[in-house]
Structure formats: C-alpha cells, structure tokens
Write a protein of this length. Structure first.
Length: 174
C-alpha cells in the first residue's frame, strides 16, 4: 500500500477504523474486490490502508463530495461486504467522515515540504494585506522558513498557523 495521490482540497475522507476477528473466510478477496469496485465509482479519489498484526486497521477512502460517498455506501456488492464484515470479519468498527480543507506532506527524496492546498490567510505585521499560502508549494529549508511569493515565513509561523494559533512573524524580502 502506498500514500494516495490526491487533488488539492477540498475533498472528503471516510475513515474506517476496525478490529478484526480471526475469521479469514474470503476477507482478502472481498477487500481486493471492494478496492477495485470503489475505484470505478464516480467521485472516488483514492485510498490508503494499514493493518497491525493484532488486527487493528484503518482504511481511508477519499471522495470528491458527500453524494459520491452516499452512492458508494449503497452499491449492492459493497452492502453485501458490509454485511459480511459485521457477521464474520470485524469485532468492532467506527466510521468517521470528514471534509479535508488542508493537506501537506514531505518527500525525503526531494527534501522538501509540499503543500497541496491553499491554507487560510496568514496576517502579516509588515503589510496590512494578508499573506496567502495558495502558491506555497515547497520550502527552501524545511527547518527554518519558506518563501511564499516574496514573503519569508518562518517555521514557527507555519506551525502556529496549522495549529490555529495565529502568527505575527512574517518578513518581506527586499
């Protein structure tokens, strides 16, 4: 399994957290069939999954909109897989649906932080106009700062922004 390649937000995520039983009876085959079927559904964007040896697992599926999620939930083969899951494969599960508004990542090969979505506007103390992260795609130095158009934004500012703490340390380039 690899990390899903997704478009810029907004989009939706369905998080399926589960604890498996010891019953295998077709689990792997049905799971593979569900992934293949989901990939054919309108609005499907990608998925990621992981399962520990003790049977705890998480599957994240990504969707364009809530209508696509509802349609997927009603697909006949998926309904049958859900029934089998409750009857045979899962001790417990939780499903959480959320709107992804921001996304960012890191790629060691490039050594750069990557933003795939516009962030909210960050206020600048050196300019009355807000600084927009929309064109912020990679850093010069992940540990210290990033350059957003002609603005240097410190790592502290980014961390505070992501945590919703606000920020004040923005410096314009000469």
């Amino acid at each position: 399994m690899s990390i899903a390649t997704l478009p810029a937000p907004p989009y939706y995520v369905v998080c399926f957290s589960s604890q498996r039983t010891e019953v295998e009876d077709g689990y792997g085959d049905v799971g593979a069939a569900m992934v293949e079927l989901a990939q054919q559904q309108p609005g499907f964007l990608g998925f990621e999954s992981a399962r520990r040896a003790d049977g705890f697992g998480i599957i994240n599926s990504y969707w364009r909109d809530e209508e696509s999620i509802r349609a997927w939930k009603a697909v006949v083969d998926h309904v049958e897989a859900q029934r089998r899951g409750r009857a045979d494969w899962y001790r417990r599960y939780e499903i959480r649906v959320g709107l992804v508004q921001r996304a960012y990542g890191f790629e060691a090969e490039a050594g750069k932080l990557r933003w795939s979505s516009p962030l909210d506007r960050v206020p600048s103390v050196t300019d009355s106009r807000p600084v927009c992260f929309q064109r912020f795609h990679e850093t010069d130095d992940v540990a210290d700062h990033v350059i957003v158009e002609d603005v240097v934004v410190t790592r502290t500012v980014i961390d505070h922004h992501l945590l919703g703490l606000g920020c004040e340390a923005v410096q314009r380039l000469a």
